[in-house]
Unconditional design. Structure first.
Length: 212
């Protein structure tokens, strides 16, 4: 059995990355031996990462009573970490908004981006990846065109996700599907999106190899 965690990071019903998520889920349901779990960052209780979380850590160590917000933060962080821990494959379906990722997805990453969980430091100060036994899939949609050499340096969504899950945590990139340019080329939008959805369907086939 392969445990697949699908992180849904768009609450727009007509969003292209929402459709990518829906297509991936529908296709993955057809694969035998796959256990699918969705983590919708817009539906979960996910307070923003900040000083309150560090206050909560201190109170837990000293046995002091937590505030409601502190309790929610600890519970949300643990739930996100548990979801990643249980997964063999992590699929992230997200849009590029304002050159980067949605704030709710960033909050999820803030919860799991922790020394001792994603990575650790050696005595010499070198970072060691801790999630090398897992794989991840990038499903990203962006209305503009950012794959050109001129625009690529501005792209801080898919690159960020790959740097975190691949570079920091050490997960293997199983596949990457990016749909781009549908807003920049409205006359070709339907064709661009349809072709992208076919690539999403094909991406699910890679779960078969993981599950073998």
């Amino acid at each position: 059995m392969t445990n697949v965690l699908v992180i849904k990071a768009n609450n727009r019903p007509d969003g292209v990355s929402t459709k990518m998520y829906e297509t991936y889920i529908e296709e993955a349901k057809k694969v035998e031996g796959v256990n699918l779990t969705t983590f919708d960052v817009y539906e979960e209780d996910m307070p923003y990462f900040g000083q309150q979380l560090f206050d909560a850590f201190g109170k837990v160590e000293s046995g002091k009573e937590l505030t409601d917000l502190e309790s929610r933060l600890l519970a949300a962080k643990q739930k996100a970490m548990d979801a990643v821990t249980a997964a063999d494959v992590v699929v992230i379906a997200f849009p590029m908004w304002n050159l980067t990722i949605p704030a709710t997805l960033h909050t999820f990453i803030d919860y799991v981006y922790q020394a001792g969980f994603m990575f650790k430091y050696t005595a010499e100060g070198q970072a060691v990846q801790l999630l090398t036994d897992k794989k991840f899939v990038v499903l990203n949609a962006r209305g503009g065109i950012y794959s050109t050499p001129e625009a690529q340096p501005m792209e801080m969504s898919a690159n960020y996700i790959k740097n975190v899950f691949g570079g920091v945590a050490g997960m293997q990139l199983l596949d990457e599907v990016i749909i781009e340019g549908h807003n920049a080329n409205p006359a070709q939008a339907q064709e661009i999106i349809a072709e992208g959805m076919e690539r999403v369907k094909q991406s699910v086939n890679k779960l078969v190899a993981v599950n073998a």
